[in-house]
Design a protein around this ligand. Structure first.
Ligand code: SF4
Length: 312
């Protein structure tokens, strides 16, 4: 499958079939914590980045086997709302496979576009991000397209909430030293109160990211931010459910990753190429192996490498 990946066990969505509507790495942002790598096409232009007919053909072939899924999720190697055919895929799923719930993982930067809001109106769950209230911090964390304005993004999210009947879980990715100051958090809280999402999910780096200076946030600080944002409905994104308890988590893929990095340390891209995995799918397995202390990572000249934990 070229445009579908998984199903993967997701921290927020249970068993999720991924649908990737943009090639690596087309995005409106270039976030300092991005697990998918550096953005190579930084743009706000919506167009058919991958052929929607082919995406629909793959979905038809896969869903005809009636797999058990919690969600079909638009996510992937960039920003899915950039594909101008998103609405066509949503309509195809709702008209032909109404039993499946749809989720959209998005950076939330394009909802000022009324056309996009109409395209996503039949989705059950939208998970946008908002990492900053001020333009200064927005540019430092999200390193956006010059044409994007953070106030316009926030207004777009407010408008989405007014029109959208499904659930909105707003993610805030916390970067220590940037968006965790009381000043920034106060402004962020003010903006989120206006957006009025069903849930605010706090996230932070749980493995070394592409920028070595971006650090993990301590559990104490995450708790502090959660209290600070109250009375908003806030939760701290939990670790993935254990792979042992998830049917679709394939232990042989974990083993293949371990076998490969035992021979030589690999970047995530090396592992995707060698094992034929989608980067998002690989990330789920790597996160689990890091959690289980079976793998460690090191920044080297060519990027972030994964290798077996020495005590093994
Ligand atoms: S919005 Fe998502 S895909 Fe785009 S750079 Fe940020 S984390 Fe990566």
């Amino acid at each position: 499958m070229k445009y579908l990946f998984g199903p993967v066990p997701s921290r927020r969505l249970g068993i999720s079939l991924g649908v990737d509507l943009v090639p690596h790495k087309v995005c409106t942002l270039n976030c300092v914590f991005c697990e998918v790598g550096i953005t190579t096409t930084l743009t706000t232009q919506r167009k058919e980045y991958v052929p929607i007919d082919e995406v629909i053909n793959e979905l038809e072939a896969y869903l005809s086997q009636k797999p058990e899924l919690d969600y079909i999720t638009f996510s992937g190697q960039g920003e899915p709302t950039l594909n101008s055919g998103l609405g066509r895929v949503v309509s195809y799923l709702k008209d032909n496979h109404p039993g499946y719930k749809i989720a959209l993982l998005t950076n939330g930067t394009l909802f000022w576009d009324a056309g996009l809001r109409a395209e996503v109106s039949r989705i059950e769950l939208i998970l946008p991000s908002l990492n900053a209230a001020t333009d200064l911090i927005f540019r430092k964390i999200d390193r956006s397209c010059a044409s994007l304005d953070n106030n316009q993004i926030i207004e777009g999210l407010i408008q989405l909430r007014k029109e959208f009947a499904g659930k909105i879980y707003l993610e805030v990715f916390l970067v220590p030293g940037l968006n965790d100051t009381d000043t920034e958090l106060s402004l962020l809280k003010e903006a989120i109160l206006k957006i009025n999402p069903d849930l605010v999910q706090l996230n932070s780096l749980d493995r070394p990211g592409p920028e070595p200076w971006v650090k993990h946030m301590t559990a104490e600080k995450l708790d502090y931010v959660a209290s600070f944002l109250k009375p908003l409905p806030v939760e701290i994104v939990a670790k993935a459910t254990s792979r042992k308890s998830i049917q679709s988590f394939q232990n042989d893929i974990s083993q293949q990753i371990l076998d490969t990095i035992k021979r030589r340390p690999c970047t995530d891209q090396d592992l995707c190429d060698i094992l034929g995995l989608h980067k998002n799918e690989l990330n789920k397995y790597l996160s689990q192996l890091l959690d289980e202390d079976l793998v460690e990572s090191q920044h080297m000249e060519r990027g972030l490498f994964f290798l077996p934990k020495k005590s093994e």
